[in-house]
Design a binder for this molecule. Structure first.
Ligand SMILES: Nc1nc2c(ncn2[C@@H]2O[C@H](COP(=O)(O)OP(=O)(O)OP(=O)(O)O)[C@@H](O)[C@H]2O)c(=O)[nH]1
Ligand SMILES: [Mg+2]
Length: 242
């Protein structure tokens, strides 16, 4: 983190709503930071860790627990979004299709989506479903950073090997690889860095708003990334991997 950035101070984190689909999500007036990854990777736990409030998002050892788009408003100025996971085979086929559609709709079409935290389990070597999902994010021009979770469960050497192997598998897809972080919801490792990412993004939004004369809490809907996403709405989604 360069000089001039401070770590965002979380004074309030409030459950906003649970939305079954994109149309049910609240208005797009605040920038959103969303958590996505395989079922059980630790999305809800990481959200709680960042917010500094256990029990804000519901955590469970049962994979496929989060089934709706859960939205939390932080400091009355931005939102954390807990998405249902992918890759859990035992969800009823009908529900699985519905939830996955909601997630892909959200990722592709939510114009105030500022950044996605794509979570990968640091205890495991690269998994095909995660690689496919990251490729899907790249193809759909969704802005994301990678977050390797559960570092308290793996030895540092194992986590390092798994992160390096994942980085190696995706390196050909980028001129500049995405930012990567490691974290543990148990020890709090990575909290400062990830809040710094949010802080930096919020700073960029405020700067852009000042330059364009928009109100400071306006979503980044006029950014290049948002326009790219808008353009992609018309494409049929034939290759969704999860
Ligand atoms: N040791 C350890 N366990 C974790 C960590 N993060 C999450 N867990 C555990 O992993 C399990 C799943 O955590 P969740 O946060 O519910 O995972 P999720 O990705 O939201 O799962 P779904 O909602 O089912 O997609 C729970 O038993 C958590 O306690 C971590 O950093 N370290
Ligand atoms: Mg969850």
């Amino acid at each position: 983190m360069g000089p001039g950035f401070f770590i965002v101070n979380i004074s309030s984190a409030i459950f906003d709503c649970s939305a079954p689909d994109l149309d049910s999500c609240p208005d797009e007036s605040l920038p959103e930071f969303a958590f996505i990854g395989r079922s059980n990777v630790g999305k809800s736990s990481l959200l709680n860790m960042l917010a500094g409030e256990q029990g804000l998002a519901r955590v469970s050892p049962t994979p496929g627990f989060t089934k709706l788009i859960n939205i939390f408003t932080v400091n009355a100025s931005w939102r954390l979004v807990d998405l249902p996971g992918y890759g859990y085979a035992h969800v009823a086929r009908k529900d699985k299709a519905r939830f996955n559609q909601a997630v892909s709709d959200y990722l592709e079409h939510r114009t105030n989506l500022c950044l996605v935290f794509a979570l990968i389990d640091s205890c495991l070597p690269p998994q095909a479903i995660d690689l496919e999902f990251v490729e899907w994010l790249v193809r759909h021009a969704v802005p994301f950073v990678l977050v390797f979770t559960k570092t308290d469960k793996a030895s540092p050497a194992t986590a390092q090997t798994n992160v390096a192997a994942f980085t190696d598998r995706i390196s050909a897809w980028f001129e500049k690889p995405p930012a990567m972080f490691t974290c543990s919801a148990v020890t709090g490792q990575g909290r400062q860095e990830l809040l710094g990412v949010i802080d930096e993004a919020m700073g960029a939004i405020k700067t852009e708003a000042l330059q364009t004369g928009l109100p400071t809490q306006s979503p980044p809907s006029l950014s290049l990334e948002a326009r790219v996403r808008e353009n992609r709405k018309r494409r049929p989604d034939l290759n969704r991997p999860w």
